[in-house]
Design a protein around this ligand. Sequence first.
Ligand code: ADP
Ligand code: MG
Length: 460
Amino acid sequence: MPGPRLDPKITAQWARVRGLLRSEVGDASYRSWLKPLTLVSVIDGTAKIAVPTRFMRDWVVSHYGDRLRELWVGENSSIDVIDIFVQTPTTRPLNRPVEKKADEPSQTGPSASGGEARPEISAPLDPRFTFSNFVVGKPNELAYAAARRVADSDNAPFNPLFLYGGVGLGKTHLMHAIANHTRGKFPERRVVYLSAEKFMFHFIRALRFKDTVAFKEQFRSVDLLMIDDVQFINGKEATQEEFFHTFNDLVDNNRQVVISADKSPSDLEGMEERLRSRLGWGLVADIHATSFELRLGILDVKAERLGIDIPVKVKEFLSHRITSNVRELEGALNRVVAHAELVGREITLETCQEVLHDILRANDRRVTIEEIQKRVSEHFNIRIADMHSARRARAVARPRQVAMYLAKQLTSRSLPEIGRKFGGRDHTTVMHAVKKVEELRQTDSAFCEDVDLLRRMLEG
Ligand code: ADP
Ligand code: MG
């Protein structure tokens, strides 16, 4: 809340800055970190902004400081310094509910209590994220097996289980699956699942309300604690410290801890060394980028669940072209299915390309025909100029065909467009190349491996 002495113009600018930040960072982060900021004064080009704790100040400065300043300057070019300082509230702010003593959160399922009740410590679980809905393939088999073991055991088999991998590859799904399974099998166990951001949010609330003892108690009476996206606990001594102690307590008492992150423990930046090494003590299981086979398998399962027949060609096309992650693949499938239902048409390769036009372009941006030509020439050790030349010797014609094939598979260029990029060839030449490579892939396994290798390299 702006203080009473602020110029209304400044107050309006501040409101806009906050509005912009809110739309950039999302509601949850905004509420945790930005809403509590109080603009105190703007004098001589310095905007003074108060925060309630030192921890929050550090966090806001390191995560939002630069952006805050940019936005302010955009609103008011006379401002050049943003001074974020700690002002401990002497009285409890009026607009906040008075904190009740913890109603012992006995059950940790999605809490239906409305209004201002203390928020449930565990985030709600998604009932669709189960083991049986998880498609297992080479890239995720270790993570899956480890998750199952944890969920089936009555003593913590490895502590912690640390799952890591890129975005959209199933970390959250596996964690919810562990929680769902455990709650079914051992209903008396207290299972808590929450994001690292939420963990910090609870902790900071506790600090603000001088309620840290209750906070610690809440976590220390848990049988299975899962913290998702732990890469967000970084840099901040106080929470790291708290996290470390909570963690040690649980592990010492043989309670299971499961952690996920986008990097391995040793690569977690901004995390204290002792915490990093501690996180790696149990089992570290990584989830690799999806393979073509896994993507195809996932589409099979999802299509079956939707009760929809999808032509194999379409599934293959999607698996080839939407390689970034499973979330996007699912999204694409849902769109294709929804479209077909709405317009009452069958799902074909053509409708699929049409409906997904934007996603395909976005997946494309990473690979250009030029890159394909360069990689393929390097791989077969020919000159890049031979991609465009008229030479028909097998030693250059075959790599050229491979490049055309990959251009068709990995970009959304049309056959004539591809032909043009290969020395102005006709689209029928490209079509012939695609067919030829497909045939060879069936009959020549070494060739097939070569092409797959190139594809993987190009997909990065
Ligand atoms: P992460 O937490 O690693 O970013 P999520 O667990 O949120 O990824 O997964 C993104 C989406 O992809 C979810 O809808 C999830 O169900 C789905 N998904 C990911 N991997 C698989 C898999 N192997 N089998 C089935 N669905 C998967
Ligand atoms: Mg996740």
